[in-house]
Design a protein around this ligand. Sequence first.
Ligand code: BYC
Ligand code: FE
Ligand code: FE
Length: 468
Amino acid sequence: MFTDEKIPNNVDLATDSRLQRALEQWQPNFLAWWNEMGPEGFQQKDVYLRTAVGVTTDGWAHFDYVKMPDYRWGIFLADPIADRRIGFGDSMGQPVWQDVPGEHRTTLRRLIVTQGDTEPASVEQQRALGQTCPSLYDLRNLFQVNVEEGRHLWAMVYLLHRYFGRDGREEAEELLARRSGNADRPRILGAFNEPIDDWLSFYMFTMFTDRDGKYQLLALAESGFDPLSRTTRFMLTEEAHHMFVGETGVGRVVQRSAELTKQTGGSAREAGGVDLETVQKYLNLWYSLSLDLFGGEVSTNAANFFAAGLKGRAKEEKYEDHVAREGTLAMELPQNGKLVRQEVPLRSAMNEFLRDGYVEDCQRGVDRWNKTLEQAGVSFRLTLPSRRFHRQQGVFAGLHFDPDGRPISNEEWERRKDDWLPSAADRAHVKGLQPRAIVNPGQMAHWIAPPAKGIDGKPLDFEYVRLA
Ligand code: BYC
Ligand code: FE
Ligand code: FE
């Protein structure tokens, strides 16, 4: 269905020739970006990928071999909900907007651009990982995540082109011009400028940073701007696989580390694995970087997004009060060097509501990893550090806390940070575990356990990427 067009879509692109032309002009620029900044070294290989072909729950995806530059990046919106109403904020109860309300235009564009910017950023961050993949199964999953982040970029570019005219088109060009980690033209949000140059970082990123994506998308799915809601609802369908790759990836590392710890009676590191202490440090890093992506604990921006009906809370319907004009959320905030309990007006606390749900979701994943450790008979347990630990956004930025959330001095932070975050030596160890890609079907790197099953019902030794 819909796949005959140059740009597969379920938005009737063919009936809007101006829009179609604009997107067809952007398409070669996207491809040039993909070829320059996308997965290095594998662009001409056949990869067993799923492609979105529609939005029905039973048959939305199609699996087949495809060369990544030939991937059919399409534009898909979830089906409209009849008589949908704005579910929160000052315009609560009014019909949702099918066009951009003039008074919210700039704010809305900015939200869409910020969301859109993360998608190509992640592809750039991950572009060299293929060179050191631990198996063909993992290589394929990396590329699956990459092409779908490319599609998420398309999703946001569609909104910019369709609803914002000229300045939308300019923003769409900028999305291809910024570069992750580039000092002059960095990506917008902090975590998306961090290097991801080993696979443990990749699994942590897909576990923790893609999960921020899930929560931000859930909040945008509540939007009173209906096209944004429908787009993000469909993006969430794909997102589940990204988090699966992260959670099971870390889980497999943990499992192997536990086995090696048992075998050696000491550290998995000496046995060619990742020791659990190092896993914990990588977790601390990516979790704290991802917490930053929720913005400040107390935020006027967030209050404005909410009041305007542009960005709600995840699963807004589970709250009783959708206007949130009265009431407060209690938070421990730093004041004169101490943590003081303060009441923050609900609307200004919206980022914290979203972060609360995220923290719980992360904890469920950590619990599953700890179950693996328990079953392996290893006493080590992984933990999420305090939300105050290693923060660079919000009220805790610029202050220092240990992983338990106790305030510490600058001097103590400098002395101990290598105990809590990956040191240069830890990074070198992780990178050094496996300098070359493992590309024999069914073979797995020593430092990671095999997955429980293959993709799309295929066996583990299936040729997920054809390298010949
Ligand atoms: N880095 O009021 P504040 C995904 C800025 S991930 C740098 O505290 P606000 C994906 C902020 O812009 C999901 N700057 O926060 C995952 C503001 O700047 P101005 C992406 C930051 O605005 C993996 C100032 O600090 N989607 O999809 O409520 C792979 C004060 O801001 C950061 C979205 O983010 C940061 N971490 O919240 C692929 C949704 N945090 O106004 C994809 C859209 C804050 O002083 N974005 N700042 O110039 C938003 O909803 C909001 O922009 C944020 C920030 C939640 C990110
Ligand atoms: Fe995405
Ligand atoms: Fe994702």
